[in-house]
Write a protein of this length. Structure first.
Length: 299
C-alpha cells in the first residue's frame, strides 16, 4: 500500500512537471551578435577569434570592393572611348556618395532619390547602386576601425595581437582610400600608413620572427598599399623582397604547420613581386591585372 502511494506521488510530480513544460512559453531565441559587437565582451582574444573576426569582415567587405572595382574599370574604359555621358553618370554617383559621407543634406537627398525613382523609373534605380556600394563600404570600414581603436587595441597587449590589429586598421584605412579622391584620399592614405608603420615597429620591437605569418601578412599588405594607393612601385618591391628574403633564410627552423603557414603568404609575396617587376619592365603601364593580392584573399 505504501509503495503504491509513493508511486502515485512520483507520477503526480512527473505529470505536473510535464504540464508546466507544455504550458510555459518557449524561451525567445538569443540574438546573434554582430561582427562589431562580438569583440566587446572580451577584447583579449584568442588567435582563432582574431582570425574569425578578420574573415567575417573580409566576407562583408570583399564583395563590395569587387563591385567598386568593376565600376572603376567601366569608368576607365568609357573615358578611353570618349563617352562623356556615361563618365558623367559615374561621376554623379560618386558626387552623391561624397555628400552623404560628409553628412550634408542627407534627408533632402533621400527625398530627391524617391522623386527620381518615380520620374525616371527602373533605369534610374539601376544607376543608384554604385553609390550604395561606396556608402556601405564607408560604414562597414569605420565600424570596424571604431572597434579596433576603442576595444581591441587598448586591451590585447600581446605582441601578435597588437601587430594583427594595427595591420587590420591599416588595411581598412587602405580600403577607404581606394575610392576616396583629392585631399580625402591623402588623409585616409596617411592614416593607413600610420597604422602599418605602428604594426611594423611593434613587430620589430616585440621580436616577432620574419617567418611569423602575421608579420609576413603585414609586409604583404603594406607593400600592396605602397603599390596601389601611394603609386610607389619601387618601395613596394623593396619592402616585399626584404620580407621574403628575411623569411626564407629561417624557413628550415620551422615546424611543419608553421612552415605551411609561412610559405603560403610568401608565395603571395613572390607572386606580387613577379607581377610588379613585369609591370615595371613594360614601362610602368598598369592594367586591371596589375593589382597585387593581399592576405585577405583578394585584391
Amino acid at each position: 500500500m505504501v509503495a503504491n502511494v509513493k508511486a502515485l506521488a512520483e507520477l503526480n510530480i512527473q505529470l505536473n512537471v510535464e504540464v508546466r513544460s507544455a504550458v510555459a512559453p518557449p524561451a525567445p531565441p538569443r540574438p546573434l551578435p554582430t561582427p562589431a559587437a562580438a569583440p566587446h565582451r572580451r577584447a583579449r582574444s584568442h588567435p582563432q577569434e582574431r582570425n574569425l573576426l578578420s574573415v567575417a569582415y573580409k566576407n562583408v567587405v570583399g564583395a563590395r570592393r569587387a563591385s567598386w572595382r568593376v565600376l572603376s574599370s567601366i569608368e576607365s574604359k568609357e573615358k578611353e572611348k570618349g563617352d562623356s555621358d556615361k563618365v558623367a553618370v559615374i561621376g554623379g554617383y560618386r558626387d552623391k556618395v561624397r555628400e552623404s559621407r560628409l553628412g550634408a543634406h542627407e534627408r533632402g537627398s533621400a527625398t530627391r532619390q524617391r522623386v527620381s525613382r518615380r520620374v525616371a523609373g527602373p533605369r534610374r534605380r539601376r544607376r543608384r547602386r554604385p553609390a550604395q556600394v561606396e556608402k556601405e563600404l564607408e560604414t562597414i570600414c569605420k565600424e570596424l576601425l571604431d572597434v579596433l581603436e576603442k576595444h581591441l587595441l587598448p586591451e590585447d597587449k600581446t605582441a601578435e595581437g597588437q601587430v594583427f590589429y594595427w595591420k587590420m586598421a591599416g588595411d581598412y584605412w587602405r580600403y577607404l582610400a581606394e575610392f576616396a579622391t583629392a585631399d580625402d584620399r591623402k588623409f585616409k592614405a596617411e592614416k593607413a600608413r600610420e597604422k602599418y608603420d605602428e604594426a611594423t615597429k611593434t613587430a620589430q620591437t616585440q621580436g616577432l620572427p620574419p617567418t611569423n605569418p602575421i608579420r609576413l601578412g603585414l609586409a604583404l599588405n603594406y607593400s600592396v598599399f605602397y603599390y596601389e594607393i601611394l603609386n610607389m612601385p619601387q618601395e613596394a618591391c623593396t619592402l616585399a623582397k626584404t620580407a621574403f628574403d628575411d623569411a626564407i633564410s629561417e624557413l628550415d627552423s620551422l615546424q611543419e604547420e608553421q612552415y605551411k603557414d609561412a610559405t603560403l603568404i610568401m608565395q603571395l609575396i613572390r607572386d606580387n613581386l613577379t607581377l610588379w617587376t613585369s609591370d615595371q619592365a613594360d614601362d610602368g603601364e598598369k592594367d586591371d591585372g596589375a593589382a597585387g593580392a593581399d592576405d585577405d584573399g583578394g585584391q
